[in-house]
Design a protein around this ligand. Structure first.
Ligand code: ASP
Length: 340
């Protein structure tokens, strides 16, 4: 029988109502799981649960918690066939992206899941999310960091939260699901990255000075000059469409040129849910490329942020970080072929 370790970090799944709204409570989820006979039914892997001392609403998850989760997986790697990380939905896609980069050489499934309705409430989605995730983790057919939610197994570094209130809260807009859990769990084997090893944990810097800037019509770039200094290591620019920016007075281009000269890595992602950045397709984006920005292609902002942490954590020179930002490392991006 395969063995699965459940790492409970917090999130709605194990929350209880309090005077101030839903909040996690230590010991509660474990009690509920222990009194749920299906979780020990035939066909279920053997599982154990460990719980964070401080259970978190995922809005409070930070880099140190990503490191904490990765270290638990590293420490217990030999003793289990797969891992389930129970996590709040709000920042689950960030954590899934971060773990994808942190856990190099992964050869076992790491499945993040949670729920939109707490496990103790009527109509909770926790039961299926949890049971299917444990089964998928135990099957060992997809040795990637994944996010399971609402019947679909998504690549972690491709996932994004798309709904605050639907049970199908996540999507993977630029990459098909790796598996779907209908009557049977059906894997899309062709889409799954091969397992390789040995596991090697990458450290992330806790206080990396990076930023995400979403442009909008009428944006006054001069307001942001104060943060685009040599102290800024990386900037993810959420541009329009295929990577376009407003050209008013060349203010932004000036700031981008200055930032690039200072060594800041500027990554252009799109505000669109689907599709890729194509720097150079329009005049409004060619200039960005020439000013020193790199293309995030079809990466989610979550993946771009996690990748900056990863590459800076490796201590690489700026030129190498720029190059690797545009290359696929964990299945997080597809290069747009005719990019110029
Ligand atoms: N605020 C919660 C969290 O992210 C939401 C959830 O889990 O669904 O922890």
């Amino acid at each position: 029988m395969s063995r699965v370790l459940i790492i409970y970090t917090g999130g709605t799944i194990g929350m209880v109502p309090t005077g101030g709204g839903y909040a996690p409570k230590n010991g509660y989820l474990e009690d509920v799981l222990n009194s749920t006979p299906e979780l020990r039914a035939d066909g279920m892997p053997d599982w154990e649960l460990i719980e964070f001392d401080e259970l978190l609403d995922s809005s409070n998850v930070s880099v140190k918690n990503w490191v904490q989760i990765a270290r638990v997986i590293q420490r217990s790697y030999g003793a289990y066939d797969g891992f389930v990380v129970l996590h709040g939905t709000d920042t689950m896609a960030y954590t899934a992206s971060a773990l994808s980069f942190m856990l190099g050489g992964l050869g076992k499934p790491v499945i993040l899941t949670g729920s939109q309705i707490p496990i103790g409430q009527l109509r909770s989605d926790a039961r299926d999310n949890l049971i299917s995730s444990i089964i998928i983790a135990g099957q060992g057919r997809c040795c990637e960091v994944c996010l399971y939610f609402g019947g679909r197994l998504l690549r972690g570094c491709r996932a994004t939260k798309v709904s605050s209130d639907e049970l199908a809260a996540f999507d993977s807009p630029n990459y098909p699901p790796l598996a779907s859990a209908d009557i049977d769990i059906r894997y899309n084997d062709k889409l799954i990255r091969p397992a390789f090893g040995p596991l090697k944990l990458a450290e992330f810097p806790e206080n990396l000075p990076i930023a995400v800037l979403k442009v909008f019509p009428g944006i006054q770039f001069s307001l942001f000059e104060g943060i685009m200094t040599e102290q800024l290591s990386g900037l993810v620019l959420e541009a329009f469409g295929v990577g376009n920016l407003p050209q008013q007075d060349d203010q932004l281009l000036h700031a981008v040129r200055k930032a690039a000269a200072n060594g800041t890595i500027i990554v252009v992602c799109t505000q669109c849910l689907r599709g890729s950045v194509r720097l150079g397709a329009y005049e409004t984006s060619s200039a960005l490329r020439h000013a020193g920005a790199v293309s995030g292609y079809d990466m989610t902002v979550e993946a771009a942020v996690a990748k900056l942490y990863y590459l800076f954590g490796l201590g690489l020179p700026a030129e190498e970080i720029r190059r690797l930002m545009e290359n696929d490392l964990r299945g997080e991006l597809t290069k747009f072929k005719t990019d110029n």
